[in-house]
Write a new protein. Structure first.
Length: 289
């Protein structure tokens, strides 16, 4: 299929891009990697009158760790670049691992980190990793910039806190504790497919007691937004992440996750898969602590 006619522009500043998005005379959409938007255009699921290409805005191409230890990724940074960056692989390996599950190299070479987050497919890996890593999102619009937590950023399927006249300009990841372990696991029909269900796990070890001090468990493919399970985390905190604690956490996943049925899997299949992946991910994360 072919998209409906549209105009194209490539602004050189964030201010210019925001002004284009705020123009009420015609509907505008942001394009960066285009790995989600272009198929939607071709199937006519989206019919914008203007595409605003942000990849030529120099201030959106940054990828660095700031003085406070936060990883900062601009909206024009490709997924492949982030996954290959030494600072990301050393300080935020869960993020690099999650990116490695996205599609295939050709997709990761074009797709952007912020683009996947702003698109927010609930089966996608990056929204899940962002919530597990307690990310912050910088959103810029006509009224200035604001920072939103991961808990507030993801609103519903394909919906985020970014308004029509705003642009996600940056995502920030805080530094992780020294004695932490991580894992990202997902269940797919074929390599490169969206996850049927997946889990990101971050565990912290208490060096004084040898037990789990803190845990973050977040699932994709289990609801309209990434799903965090505090009750499953509580089952691990204070334990040695042994068989009993893992069984208790898996039981929480089985009893509290409410995924939907679709052509790819039943809700029951997703729940059982989530419980299995939780045990595998937490075992790996604990070994890495």
């Amino acid at each position: 299929m072919k998209p409906t006619p549209f105009d194209y522009t490539a602004p050189s500043t964030v201010r210019e891009a925001v002004a284009l998005l705020a123009d009420e005379e015609r509907e505008a959409k942001v394009v960066a990697g285009g790995q989600s938007l272009i198929p939607m255009l071709s199937m006519r699921l989206a019919r914008p009158e203007l595409l605003v290409d942000i990849t030529r805005i120099p201030e959106l191409g940054h990828l660095h760790v700031d003085e406070s230890g936060h990883l900062r990724i601009g909206a024009a940074v490709r997924q492949a670049r982030a996954a290959a960056d030494d600072a990301v692989r050393d300080g935020w390996p869960l993020l690099a691992a999650a990116i490695g599950h996205i599609g295939h190299p050709q997709i990761r070479n074009r797709g952007t980190v912020c683009g996947s987050l702003a698109h927010h497919d609930p089966a996608a890996e990056l929204p899940t990793a962002a919530l597990a890593l307690d990310a912050r999102f910088v959103i810029t619009g006509p009224r200035g910039s604001r920072t939103v937590t991961a808990e507030d950023f993801f609103v519903a399927t394909f919906s985020t806190a970014v308004e029509a006249d705003e642009l996600l300009t940056e995502v920030m990841f805080p530094p992780l504790p020294a004695h932490h372990g991580w894992a990202f696991e997902e269940l797919t029909r074929r390599h490169g497919d969206f996850a049927t269900v997946g889990v990101a796990a971050v565990l912290e070890r208490d060096t004084a007691t040898g037990t789990c001090r803190a845990a973050r468990l977040v699932f994709c493919g289990a609801g309209p937004v990434p799903v965090r399970l505090p009750a499953a985390e509580d089952a691990l905190v204070g334990s040695d992440v042994d068989e009993q604690a893992l069984a208790a956490a898996a039981h929480v996943a089985l009893s509290r996750l409410t995924p939907s049925d679709d052509v790819h899997a039943t809700a029951e299949y997703r729940r059982e898969g989530a419980a299995h992946l939780l045990v595998r991910a937490c075992t790996t994360a604990w070994e890495r602590c």
